[in-house]
Design a protein around this ligand. Structure first.
Ligand SMILES: Nc1ncnc2c1ncn2[C@@H]1O[C@H](COP(=O)(O)OP(=O)(O)OP(=O)(O)O)[C@@H](O)[C@H]1O
Ligand SMILES: [Mg+2]
Length: 408
Protein backbone atom coordinates (compact mmCIF):
# COMPACT_ATOMS: atom_id res chain seq x y z
CA UNK A 1 0.00 0.00 0.00
CA UNK A 2 1.10 3.54 -0.57
CA UNK A 3 3.74 4.93 1.78
CA UNK A 4 2.06 8.28 1.67
CA UNK A 5 -1.02 6.83 3.37
CA UNK A 6 0.94 4.89 6.02
CA UNK A 7 -0.80 5.83 9.30
CA UNK A 8 1.78 4.24 11.64
CA UNK A 9 4.36 6.34 13.51
CA UNK A 10 7.59 4.49 14.28
CA UNK A 11 9.36 7.56 15.65
CA UNK A 12 10.39 8.46 19.18
CA UNK A 13 7.79 10.70 20.80
CA UNK A 14 5.57 10.74 17.69
CA UNK A 15 1.88 11.16 18.34
CA UNK A 16 0.45 7.72 17.61
CA UNK A 17 -2.67 7.57 15.43
CA UNK A 18 -4.44 5.87 18.34
CA UNK A 19 -3.17 6.23 21.89
CA UNK A 20 -4.33 2.82 22.99
CA UNK A 21 -4.67 1.58 26.54
CA UNK A 22 -3.86 4.74 28.46
CA UNK A 23 -7.36 5.66 29.59
CA UNK A 24 -6.63 5.18 33.29
CA UNK A 25 -3.65 7.57 33.18
CA UNK A 26 -5.61 10.14 31.20
CA UNK A 27 -8.50 10.00 33.67
CA UNK A 28 -6.10 10.43 36.55
CA UNK A 29 -4.53 13.43 34.85
CA UNK A 30 -7.88 15.10 34.25
CA UNK A 31 -8.87 14.55 37.86
CA UNK A 32 -5.57 16.09 38.96
CA UNK A 33 -6.24 19.22 36.90
CA UNK A 34 -9.85 19.54 37.94
CA UNK A 35 -9.12 19.09 41.65
CA UNK A 36 -6.13 21.45 41.60
CA UNK A 37 -8.26 24.09 39.93
CA UNK A 38 -10.82 23.77 42.70
CA UNK A 39 -8.13 24.11 45.34
CA UNK A 40 -8.57 20.50 46.43
CA UNK A 41 -5.49 18.42 47.14
CA UNK A 42 -4.64 15.93 44.43
CA UNK A 43 -1.65 13.73 43.85
CA UNK A 44 0.58 14.59 40.91
CA UNK A 45 1.90 11.82 38.69
CA UNK A 46 5.25 10.47 37.67
CA UNK A 47 4.69 7.96 34.89
CA UNK A 48 7.37 5.29 34.60
CA UNK A 49 8.11 2.71 31.95
CA UNK A 50 10.76 1.21 29.73
CA UNK A 51 12.04 2.77 26.52
CA UNK A 52 9.49 2.96 23.73
CA UNK A 53 6.35 2.24 25.76
CA UNK A 54 4.92 5.70 25.09
CA UNK A 55 5.87 7.99 27.98
CA UNK A 56 6.60 10.98 25.74
CA UNK A 57 3.47 10.32 23.69
CA UNK A 58 1.43 10.28 26.92
CA UNK A 59 2.97 13.53 28.15
CA UNK A 60 2.08 15.11 24.81
CA UNK A 61 -1.48 13.95 25.24
CA UNK A 62 -1.49 15.42 28.76
CA UNK A 63 -0.28 18.71 27.33
CA UNK A 64 -3.09 18.80 24.79
CA UNK A 65 -5.68 18.00 27.42
CA UNK A 66 -4.30 20.59 29.82
CA UNK A 67 -4.35 23.27 27.15
CA UNK A 68 -7.87 22.29 26.26
CA UNK A 69 -8.78 22.87 29.92
CA UNK A 70 -7.17 26.33 29.65
CA UNK A 71 -4.09 25.44 31.69
CA UNK A 72 -0.72 26.91 30.89
CA UNK A 73 1.70 24.10 30.07
CA UNK A 74 5.47 24.08 30.29
CA UNK A 75 7.41 21.25 28.70
CA UNK A 76 10.89 20.38 29.87
CA UNK A 77 13.20 17.55 28.99
CA UNK A 78 15.58 16.83 31.84
CA UNK A 79 19.17 16.01 31.11
CA UNK A 80 22.30 15.69 33.15
CA UNK A 81 22.47 19.34 34.04
CA UNK A 82 24.24 21.24 36.73
CA UNK A 83 22.06 23.40 38.93
CA UNK A 84 22.51 26.58 36.96
CA UNK A 85 21.27 25.02 33.74
CA UNK A 86 18.41 23.40 35.61
CA UNK A 87 17.49 26.77 37.15
CA UNK A 88 17.67 28.37 33.73
CA UNK A 89 15.40 25.74 32.19
CA UNK A 90 12.80 26.14 34.93
CA UNK A 91 13.03 29.93 34.81
CA UNK A 92 12.52 30.13 31.07
CA UNK A 93 9.51 27.83 31.41
CA UNK A 94 7.95 29.86 34.20
CA UNK A 95 8.70 33.12 32.42
CA UNK A 96 6.71 31.89 29.44
CA UNK A 97 3.96 30.76 31.82
CA UNK A 98 3.65 34.23 33.37
CA UNK A 99 3.47 35.86 29.96
CA UNK A 100 0.84 33.37 28.86
CA UNK A 101 -1.27 34.07 31.90
CA UNK A 102 -1.35 37.67 30.77
CA UNK A 103 0.63 39.89 28.39
CA UNK A 104 3.17 42.03 30.20
CA UNK A 105 1.29 45.27 29.59
CA UNK A 106 -1.70 43.99 31.54
CA UNK A 107 0.08 42.56 34.60
CA UNK A 108 -1.56 43.06 37.99
CA UNK A 109 0.13 42.98 41.41
CA UNK A 110 0.23 39.15 41.50
CA UNK A 111 2.02 38.83 38.21
CA UNK A 112 4.31 41.73 39.10
CA UNK A 113 5.27 39.91 42.28
CA UNK A 114 5.87 36.61 40.49
CA UNK A 115 7.94 38.49 37.90
CA UNK A 116 10.04 40.01 40.70
CA UNK A 117 10.62 36.62 42.34
CA UNK A 118 11.56 35.10 38.99
CA UNK A 119 13.96 37.92 38.15
CA UNK A 120 15.63 37.67 41.52
CA UNK A 121 15.84 33.87 41.25
CA UNK A 122 17.54 34.21 37.85
CA UNK A 123 20.08 36.80 38.89
CA UNK A 124 22.91 34.44 39.85
CA UNK A 125 22.92 32.27 36.75
CA UNK A 126 21.74 34.97 34.35
CA UNK A 127 23.65 38.07 35.39
CA UNK A 128 23.11 39.70 32.00
CA UNK A 129 19.42 39.65 32.75
CA UNK A 130 18.14 37.87 29.64
CA UNK A 131 15.37 36.29 31.65
CA UNK A 132 14.40 39.36 33.63
CA UNK A 133 14.84 41.81 30.73
CA UNK A 134 11.47 41.45 29.08
CA UNK A 135 9.72 41.26 32.45
CA UNK A 136 10.82 44.76 33.26
CA UNK A 137 10.34 44.64 37.01
CA UNK A 138 12.21 46.64 39.60
CA UNK A 139 13.10 46.10 43.25
CA UNK A 140 13.52 42.45 42.96
CA UNK A 141 16.57 41.69 45.07
CA UNK A 142 16.27 39.45 48.10
CA UNK A 143 13.59 37.12 46.76
CA UNK A 144 14.21 33.43 46.07
CA UNK A 145 17.95 34.06 46.00
CA UNK A 146 19.16 32.12 49.05
CA UNK A 147 21.00 29.73 46.70
CA UNK A 148 19.31 26.86 48.49
CA UNK A 149 17.52 25.30 45.57
CA UNK A 150 14.61 23.82 47.53
CA UNK A 151 13.93 27.10 49.28
CA UNK A 152 14.21 29.26 46.17
CA UNK A 153 12.18 26.96 43.99
CA UNK A 154 9.43 26.83 46.61
CA UNK A 155 9.23 30.62 46.76
CA UNK A 156 9.12 30.76 42.98
CA UNK A 157 6.42 28.10 42.59
CA UNK A 158 4.28 29.71 45.27
CA UNK A 159 4.44 33.14 43.63
CA UNK A 160 3.67 31.75 40.16
CA UNK A 161 0.86 29.63 41.67
CA UNK A 162 -0.65 32.69 43.37
CA UNK A 163 -0.53 34.66 40.14
CA UNK A 164 -2.17 31.77 38.28
CA UNK A 165 -4.92 31.47 40.89
CA UNK A 166 -5.63 35.19 40.75
CA UNK A 167 -6.24 34.78 37.02
CA UNK A 168 -8.22 31.55 37.36
CA UNK A 169 -5.59 29.66 35.43
CA UNK A 170 -3.46 26.63 36.25
CA UNK A 171 0.16 25.91 35.42
CA UNK A 172 1.48 22.42 34.81
CA UNK A 173 5.13 21.52 34.27
CA UNK A 174 5.54 18.42 32.15
CA UNK A 175 9.00 16.97 32.69
CA UNK A 176 10.21 14.18 30.42
CA UNK A 177 13.24 11.96 31.16
CA UNK A 178 12.88 12.99 34.79
CA UNK A 179 15.30 10.24 35.88
CA UNK A 180 18.14 12.44 34.62
CA UNK A 181 17.56 15.06 37.33
CA UNK A 182 20.02 15.13 40.18
CA UNK A 183 18.66 13.99 43.49
CA UNK A 184 18.75 17.53 44.93
CA UNK A 185 16.93 18.90 41.90
CA UNK A 186 14.17 16.32 42.17
CA UNK A 187 13.99 16.79 45.91
CA UNK A 188 13.65 20.55 45.46
CA UNK A 189 10.83 20.13 42.96
CA UNK A 190 9.05 17.77 45.32
CA UNK A 191 9.41 20.22 48.19
CA UNK A 192 8.11 23.08 46.06
CA UNK A 193 5.08 21.00 45.04
CA UNK A 194 4.54 20.03 48.65
CA UNK A 195 4.16 23.69 49.53
CA UNK A 196 1.86 24.54 46.61
CA UNK A 197 -0.39 21.61 47.54
CA UNK A 198 -0.55 22.86 51.13
CA UNK A 199 -1.49 26.30 49.85
CA UNK A 200 -4.02 24.82 47.40
CA UNK A 201 -2.40 26.60 44.46
CA UNK A 202 -3.11 25.54 40.87
CA UNK A 203 0.48 24.72 39.92
CA UNK A 204 1.66 21.17 39.58
CA UNK A 205 4.16 18.95 37.86
CA UNK A 206 3.79 15.72 35.99
CA UNK A 207 6.85 13.69 35.06
CA UNK A 208 7.79 10.70 32.99
CA UNK A 209 10.89 8.60 33.19
CA UNK A 210 12.58 5.26 33.50
CA UNK A 211 11.45 2.95 36.28
CA UNK A 212 14.18 3.71 38.81
CA UNK A 213 12.66 7.14 39.25
CA UNK A 214 10.07 5.89 41.74
CA UNK A 215 12.88 4.76 43.98
CA UNK A 216 14.78 8.01 43.45
CA UNK A 217 11.81 10.12 44.41
CA UNK A 218 11.23 7.85 47.39
CA UNK A 219 14.76 8.50 48.55
CA UNK A 220 14.45 12.16 47.78
CA UNK A 221 11.63 12.72 50.23
CA UNK A 222 9.77 10.27 52.30
CA UNK A 223 6.52 12.13 51.67
CA UNK A 224 6.82 11.88 47.88
CA UNK A 225 4.48 8.89 48.00
CA UNK A 226 1.80 11.12 49.45
CA UNK A 227 2.30 13.78 46.80
CA UNK A 228 2.72 11.61 43.74
CA UNK A 229 1.35 8.47 42.20
CA UNK A 230 3.74 6.43 40.08
CA UNK A 231 1.67 4.81 37.35
CA UNK A 232 3.64 2.24 35.38
CA UNK A 233 3.02 1.92 31.69
CA UNK A 234 4.20 -0.96 29.57
CA UNK A 235 3.21 -3.18 26.70
CA UNK A 236 -0.43 -3.09 25.65
CA UNK A 237 -2.86 -5.86 26.51
CA UNK A 238 -4.41 -7.95 23.75
CA UNK A 239 -7.48 -5.75 23.14
CA UNK A 240 -5.52 -2.51 23.15
CA UNK A 241 -2.77 -3.88 20.90
CA UNK A 242 -5.48 -5.01 18.48
CA UNK A 243 -6.87 -1.50 18.47
CA UNK A 244 -3.43 0.03 17.98
CA UNK A 245 -2.93 -2.08 14.84
CA UNK A 246 -6.44 -2.08 13.42
CA UNK A 247 -7.88 1.40 14.02
CA UNK A 248 -5.22 3.43 12.18
CA UNK A 249 -5.56 1.18 9.11
CA UNK A 250 -9.32 1.43 9.27
CA UNK A 251 -9.12 5.20 9.08
CA UNK A 252 -7.47 4.64 5.68
CA UNK A 253 -10.16 2.13 4.67
CA UNK A 254 -7.91 -0.91 5.21
CA UNK A 255 -8.81 -3.96 7.33
CA UNK A 256 -6.73 -6.57 9.17
CA UNK A 257 -7.62 -10.26 9.19
CA UNK A 258 -7.97 -11.81 12.62
CA UNK A 259 -5.10 -14.11 11.85
CA UNK A 260 -2.87 -11.27 10.81
CA UNK A 261 -3.66 -9.36 14.01
CA UNK A 262 -2.88 -12.32 16.25
CA UNK A 263 0.46 -12.85 14.57
CA UNK A 264 1.34 -9.14 14.73
CA UNK A 265 0.54 -9.04 18.44
CA UNK A 266 2.62 -12.15 19.01
CA UNK A 267 5.64 -10.65 17.19
CA UNK A 268 5.49 -7.29 18.98
CA UNK A 269 4.32 -8.55 22.36
CA UNK A 270 2.20 -5.41 22.41
CA UNK A 271 5.12 -2.95 22.84
CA UNK A 272 3.96 0.39 21.42
CA UNK A 273 7.16 1.17 19.54
CA UNK A 274 7.25 -2.31 18.02
CA UNK A 275 3.58 -2.00 17.02
CA UNK A 276 4.29 1.16 15.06
CA UNK A 277 7.39 -0.28 13.42
CA UNK A 278 5.68 -3.53 12.41
CA UNK A 279 2.49 -1.74 11.36
CA UNK A 280 4.54 0.45 9.06
CA UNK A 281 6.53 -2.47 7.61
CA UNK A 282 3.34 -4.45 6.95
CA UNK A 283 1.67 -1.43 5.37
CA UNK A 284 4.58 -0.95 2.96
CA UNK A 285 4.59 -4.63 1.96
CA UNK A 286 0.88 -5.49 1.73
CA UNK A 287 -0.74 -5.26 -1.71
CA UNK A 288 -4.34 -4.73 -0.68
CA UNK A 289 -6.95 -4.79 2.06
CA UNK A 290 -7.45 -6.80 4.17
CA UNK A 291 -3.98 -7.37 5.57
CA UNK A 292 -3.33 -11.12 5.85
CA UNK A 293 -1.10 -13.24 8.03
CA UNK A 294 1.31 -13.75 5.10
CA UNK A 295 1.72 -9.99 4.84
CA UNK A 296 2.84 -9.95 8.47
CA UNK A 297 5.20 -12.91 8.00
CA UNK A 298 6.81 -11.27 5.01
CA UNK A 299 7.40 -8.03 6.87
CA UNK A 300 9.12 -9.43 9.93
CA UNK A 301 12.59 -9.15 8.47
CA UNK A 302 12.10 -5.53 7.50
CA UNK A 303 10.55 -4.86 10.90
CA UNK A 304 13.61 -6.23 12.70
CA UNK A 305 15.93 -4.32 10.41
CA UNK A 306 14.00 -1.11 11.05
CA UNK A 307 14.13 -1.64 14.81
CA UNK A 308 17.86 -2.34 14.78
CA UNK A 309 18.48 0.84 12.82
CA UNK A 310 16.13 3.22 14.56
CA UNK A 311 15.68 1.92 18.05
CA UNK A 312 18.51 -0.32 19.20
CA UNK A 313 21.74 0.65 17.46
CA UNK A 314 21.57 4.35 18.34
CA UNK A 315 21.83 3.37 21.95
CA UNK A 316 24.72 0.98 21.50
CA UNK A 317 26.63 3.50 19.38
CA UNK A 318 27.10 5.67 22.44
CA UNK A 319 28.75 2.87 24.43
CA UNK A 320 32.48 2.30 24.91
CA UNK A 321 33.87 -1.17 24.13
CA UNK A 322 33.81 -2.10 27.82
CA UNK A 323 30.24 -0.87 28.22
CA UNK A 324 29.26 -2.86 25.13
CA UNK A 325 30.96 -5.96 26.54
CA UNK A 326 29.00 -5.48 29.76
CA UNK A 327 25.71 -5.23 27.86
CA UNK A 328 26.60 -8.34 25.87
CA UNK A 329 27.39 -10.25 29.05
CA UNK A 330 24.00 -9.24 30.45
CA UNK A 331 22.34 -10.47 27.29
CA UNK A 332 24.09 -13.81 27.76
CA UNK A 333 22.15 -14.18 31.00
CA UNK A 334 18.86 -13.38 29.26
CA UNK A 335 16.24 -10.67 29.64
CA UNK A 336 15.09 -9.69 33.12
CA UNK A 337 17.01 -8.44 36.14
CA UNK A 338 20.59 -9.69 36.51
CA UNK A 339 22.81 -9.65 39.55
CA UNK A 340 25.97 -7.56 39.26
CA UNK A 341 28.18 -10.48 40.28
CA UNK A 342 26.59 -12.84 37.76
CA UNK A 343 27.45 -10.39 34.96
CA UNK A 344 30.98 -10.01 36.35
CA UNK A 345 31.37 -13.77 36.31
CA UNK A 346 30.51 -13.92 32.61
CA UNK A 347 33.21 -11.32 31.99
CA UNK A 348 35.66 -13.08 34.33
CA UNK A 349 36.15 -9.92 36.33
CA UNK A 350 35.30 -8.90 39.86
CA UNK A 351 31.99 -7.24 40.36
CA UNK A 352 33.80 -4.36 42.08
CA UNK A 353 36.01 -3.60 39.10
CA UNK A 354 32.94 -3.46 36.88
CA UNK A 355 30.98 -1.26 39.27
CA UNK A 356 31.86 1.98 37.44
CA UNK A 357 30.86 0.51 34.07
CA UNK A 358 27.54 -0.58 35.47
CA UNK A 359 26.93 2.89 36.95
CA UNK A 360 27.83 4.55 33.66
CA UNK A 361 25.26 2.40 31.86
CA UNK A 362 22.64 3.33 34.44
CA UNK A 363 23.54 7.01 34.06
CA UNK A 364 23.19 6.73 30.30
CA UNK A 365 19.71 5.30 30.78
CA UNK A 366 20.58 1.94 29.19
CA UNK A 367 20.16 -0.04 32.40
CA UNK A 368 18.07 0.54 35.49
CA UNK A 369 18.00 -1.04 38.90
CA UNK A 370 14.69 -2.78 39.57
CA UNK A 371 15.95 -3.96 42.96
CA UNK A 372 19.09 -3.55 45.00
CA UNK A 373 22.04 -5.36 43.41
CA UNK A 374 20.20 -6.03 40.17
CA UNK A 375 20.29 -4.32 36.78
CA UNK A 376 17.96 -4.73 33.85
CA UNK A 377 17.83 -3.37 30.28
CA UNK A 378 15.65 -0.28 29.90
CA UNK A 379 15.02 -1.22 26.28
CA UNK A 380 12.67 -4.17 25.68
CA UNK A 381 14.32 -6.99 23.69
CA UNK A 382 17.75 -5.36 23.96
CA UNK A 383 19.20 -8.73 24.98
CA UNK A 384 18.20 -10.23 21.63
CA UNK A 385 19.63 -7.26 19.77
CA UNK A 386 22.97 -7.55 21.59
CA UNK A 387 23.25 -11.20 20.60
CA UNK A 388 22.46 -10.35 16.97
CA UNK A 389 24.97 -7.52 17.01
CA UNK A 390 27.78 -9.25 18.94
CA UNK A 391 27.49 -13.00 18.51
CA UNK A 392 30.11 -13.70 21.22
CA UNK A 393 30.82 -12.44 24.69
CA UNK A 394 34.08 -10.50 24.62
CA UNK A 395 36.06 -10.90 27.79
CA UNK A 396 37.86 -7.57 28.21
CA UNK A 397 41.59 -7.53 28.94
CA UNK A 398 42.43 -6.68 32.50
CA UNK A 399 42.97 -3.00 33.32
CA UNK A 400 41.73 -1.64 30.04
CA UNK A 401 39.66 1.07 31.60
CA UNK A 402 42.26 3.79 31.21
CA UNK A 403 42.53 3.04 27.53
CA UNK A 404 38.79 3.19 27.08
CA UNK A 405 37.63 5.49 24.34
CA UNK A 406 34.16 6.26 23.15
CA UNK A 407 33.27 3.96 20.31
CA UNK A 408 31.91 6.74 18.13
N1 LIG B 1 -0.56 4.05 23.61
C1 LIG B 1 0.03 3.88 22.43
N2 LIG B 1 -0.54 3.16 21.45
C2 LIG B 1 0.08 3.00 20.27
N3 LIG B 1 1.28 3.51 19.96
C3 LIG B 1 1.89 4.24 20.89
C4 LIG B 1 1.32 4.46 22.17
N4 LIG B 1 2.16 5.22 22.90
C5 LIG B 1 3.22 5.45 22.11
N5 LIG B 1 3.09 4.88 20.91
C6 LIG B 1 4.10 4.88 19.83
O1 LIG B 1 5.22 4.18 20.38
C7 LIG B 1 6.45 4.81 20.05
C8 LIG B 1 7.23 5.16 21.30
O2 LIG B 1 6.58 6.21 22.00
P1 LIG B 1 7.39 7.24 22.92
O3 LIG B 1 8.53 7.82 22.16
O4 LIG B 1 6.39 8.14 23.50
O5 LIG B 1 7.97 6.23 24.03
P2 LIG B 1 8.85 6.59 25.29
O6 LIG B 1 8.36 5.74 26.40
O7 LIG B 1 8.88 8.05 25.50
O8 LIG B 1 10.30 6.07 24.85
P3 LIG B 1 11.74 6.57 25.36
O9 LIG B 1 11.91 6.04 26.76
O10 LIG B 1 12.69 5.93 24.39
O11 LIG B 1 11.76 8.07 25.29
C9 LIG B 1 6.09 5.98 19.14
O12 LIG B 1 6.25 5.56 17.83
C10 LIG B 1 4.63 6.26 19.46
O13 LIG B 1 3.96 6.77 18.33
MG1 LIG C 1 10.40 9.47 25.49
Amino acid sequence: MKRIDDPYTPNAGAKPPVLAGREAEMDEFEILLARSMKGRPARSMIVTGLRGVGKTALLNEFRERAEHANWVTIELEASKHDDSLFRRQISLGLRTALLRISPRAKWDEWLEKAGRVLSSFSLTFDPDGTISAGLDVSDFHGLADSQILSHDLTELFVSVGEAARAHKRGVVLLIDEIQFLEQTQLESLIMAIHKTVQRALPITLVGAGLPQIAELAGDAKSYSERLFTFPKIGSLGEADARKAFADPALSEGVGWNEDALSRAIEVTEGYPYFIQELGSAVWGGAEKSPIRREDVEQSIELFEFGLDESFFRVRLDRATPLQAAYLRAMAELGPGPQKANAVAEVLQRSSRSLGPTRSELINMGLLYTPAHGYAEFTVPHFDRFMIREMPHVLVPEKRTRKKEKRAD
